[in-house]
Design a protein around this ligand. Structure first.
Ligand SMILES: *[C@@H]1O[C@H](CO)[C@@H](O)[C@H](O)[C@H]1NC(C)=O
Length: 190
C-alpha cells in the first residue's frame, strides 16, 4: 500500500510546493499593501461598514469600489450600483409576490419605486449606514448628495453579489440593512 501511495503523494505535493513558493513570494507584497490599508481611515470605514451590514468581503476591493464615486476614480461604483438597483427590485418583488401572489402590478410598481426612490428610502438607508462619510468623491463633490449616497448604497449589494457569487446573499444583506431601524417604512408595507 505504501509503495503504491508514494508516487501519488509526490504528485500531490509537487504542485503544493510550487504554490507554496508563489504564495510566499506574493505574501510579501500583500502584507505591505495590507499595512497601508489598515492605517487609512477609509479602510477603517470599510471594516466598520462590513460589520454594519453583517457581511465580510472575501475581496475587500469590491467594497472599496462600491464606496468610490465616479468623480473620484475611473474605478468607480457605477456598474455595481446599477446591478444593486436591479437586485433591490428583484428582492422587493420576490418578497411582495411570495406574500401575496394576487398583488397588483400597480402595487408592485409603486413599492419598487418607493424602495428605489433616491429622495426617501434609498438615501435614508444609505445615511443610516453613514455612507456620506465613507464614499470617496472628488474634492469638489458633495458626498452627502442623495444621489451619491444612493449610488453607494445600491453598489453595496452589487458588490456582495459579485463577491459571494450569490444573488441570494445580496438580498439577505439588503433586508438586514433595510429592515433595521429607520427602514421600517417600506417593510411595513410588505
Ligand atoms: C466578520 O469578521 C469579524 C472579524 O473577524 C467577525 O467578528 C464577524 O463575526 C464576521 N462577520 C460575519 C458576518 O461573518
Amino acid at each position: 500500500m505504501v509503495t503504491t501511495q508514494h508516487p501519488f503523494t509526490l504528485l500531490l505535493l509537487l504542485p503544493l510546493a510550487v504554490i507554496g513558493i508563489f504564495s510566499s513570494s506574493s505574501q510579501v507584497s500583500a502584507t505591505n499593501v495590507r499595512i497601508e490599508q489598515f492605517s487609512s481611515p477609509f479602510s477603517t470605514d470599510l471594516a466598520t461598514l462590513q460589520s454594519q451590514i453583517g457581511y465580510n468581503f472575501t475581496n475587500i476591493n469590491l467594497l472599496r469600489r462600491a464606496m468610490t464615486h465616479a468623480s473620484f476614480s475611473q474605478e468607480n461604483n457605477k456598474a455595481l450600483s446599477i446591478f444593486g438597483s436591479h437586485l433591490i427590485e428583484t428582492s422587493v418583488s420576490l418578497h411582495l409576490l411570495s406574500k401575496d401572489i394576487d398583488t397588483s402590478s400597480k402595487a408592485l410598481t409603486r413599492l419598487i419605486a418607493e424602495v428605489s426612490s433616491v429622495d426617501s428610502s434609498c438615501a435614508l438607508d444609505g445615511n443610516r449606514l453613514g455612507l456620506e462619510r465613507v464614499i470617496r468623491v472628488s474634492p469638489k463633490t458633495d458626498a452627502s448628495n442623495s444621489a451619491i449616497v444612493c449610488g453607494g448604497f445600491r453598489a453595496i449589494f452589487g458588490a456582495v453579489a459579485v463577491d459571494s457569487g450569490l444573488v441570494d446573499e445580496a438580498m439577505k444583506v439588503f433586508w438586514r440593512v433595510h429592515g433595521g431601524p429607520g427602514g421600517r417604512l417600506v417593510v411595513s408595507m410588505l
